[in-house]
Write a protein that binds this ligand. Sequence first.
Ligand code: XIL
Length: 582
Amino acid sequence: MKGFLLPCLATASLAVFPLGAQSIRDLAAERGLRFGAAVDPSHFSESLYSDTLAREFNQVEPENAMKFGPTHPGLNVYSFASADSIAAFAAAHGMALRGHTLVWHSNLPSWLTGATWTTAQLSNILQDHISTVVGHYKDQVFAWDVVNEAFNDNGTLRSTIWSNSPGIGLAGTAYIEQAFRWARAASPKAYLYYNDYNAESTGVKSDAVYAMAKDFKARGVPLDGIGMQMHLTSAAPNLTGIEANMRRLADLGLMIDITELDVRLTVNSSGIASDALLATEAQTYHDIVAVCLKIPLCRGVQTWGFTDKYSWVPGTYPGLGAALEFDAGYRPKPAYASMVGALSNTPPVLAAADLVSAASYGGGSVSPGEIVALFNTNPGPAALAVADFTDGRLPTSLSGVRLLFDGIAAPLLYTVTGQTAAIAPFFLAGRSTTQMQYEYKGIQSAAVTVAVSPVHPALFAANASGSGPGAILDLAYHPVTAANPARRGGYVILYATGAGLTSPLPGDGQLATDTASLSARATVTIGGVDCAVSYAGAAPGLVAGGAQVNVLVSAGVPSGEQPVVLTVGGVSSPASVTVFVE
Ligand code: XIL
């Protein structure tokens, strides 16, 4: 059979491009990253264009179709057909749609630039433009480049029709602020970005963008992210400066997107660059993806086009081209493979604060046996993978994910990109800290130090939100609710985690099948009134580390929805979980 198949395989492999097992789109999704391309809908009818786009990208952005000129061809005249076709393509292929751009000095229609306007008239025109365009796409565009290229390279504000010539009547960055406020009013949920070039690394221009962003965040201006265009050349980017700039913006709580990545190269008259330049380009593509993966708030990488067949570079920079990751025949270039490498091999990034109680979502420390959730932007399977008890025990590896404490893999409950639930191992008892690492497909994060406490109690809420009515049963195992309230003199069963060790102590990740008492003393109050605990220990039917507490509702407990607090070893659960009392 093998001999028979081989010739077929050889023929088949000549017909297809040497793509890896997984598209960049899938690799990016596993890393919680949007991977996008600027597109021109006039090429959608070209099947290689559409097929490549849908296969390799999970985000699109109109290269021109949402700009002022195309969308607003006359005073009070709007035209959305072209941009709508991009929105339809995005929806049909499960891609995110970025909007670009509302306030820019370029691509303006002549009806606007050729007439004389008062600042009041211009203000009305811009408000109408933003409200109409953002409003039109409010259910489709998840993020807008609200303002584009408002700064000069020396950090001063660019003089434009919107800023000061004549402007909309607001000095300094106030006109930018106004644009963000109009955009927010038109779409309460779209993320709003400021986008610019030559402001990627540290320097006077990025300092100016940073200063504006800091001021906007301090005053509650609705700015959610910074777009870094990243139009690069064959010169190596200043990765240290880019990382430092991304970090300071992320420290303001802003998301970062690379919005217009391309690397323009010297090309011959056929538009072909040398192998050496293509290798340099590949390194740059790798490094930009890798630096984004180092910053949890860097959420997207987008290239300005994707095939050298259609790129703004040759027309804008004569003699330069070959700037994108697919060649003019849609074959992946070395830049493509290097991005695959970056997405596959860049270590995940962890923070101690990513680890929280699965019951309360409170962090700060972890206790032995605690059911924990790790929330982060780390890689993982794009589809939720849920563990089961094989031979009565949870696995310590699930769909390529492991969570290590002092080098030992913890039992896992489920994992998906950005979220993993695990059981902290019992051997943490007696330690004051642990070194936590996250691993996906064999690539480990650096270790972060997490504080260990003997207990970290929290009650499970019925809706798993960390607060509100508790996951509480009566003795008939019916949920205690407003319609089935707890009765004074009757028992309720609480479910918790972070209650520390039990005796006997089961194995890590084992299904608890029998009772086992907590080692530390447990007490409960309902509505502030002490209630007798008749059992506190392992929860048969749950994983070891889950706790069950049976409580006698005291005669003095008040009626209505009352806070329940579990105290173990002197540490109390958050008072955010409640129980209904008759
Ligand atoms: C460019 C397009 O690629 C061209 O087709 C068009 O003629 C001019 O605009 N920064 C931006 C983009 O924010 O909107 C620009 O796009 C490229 C530079």
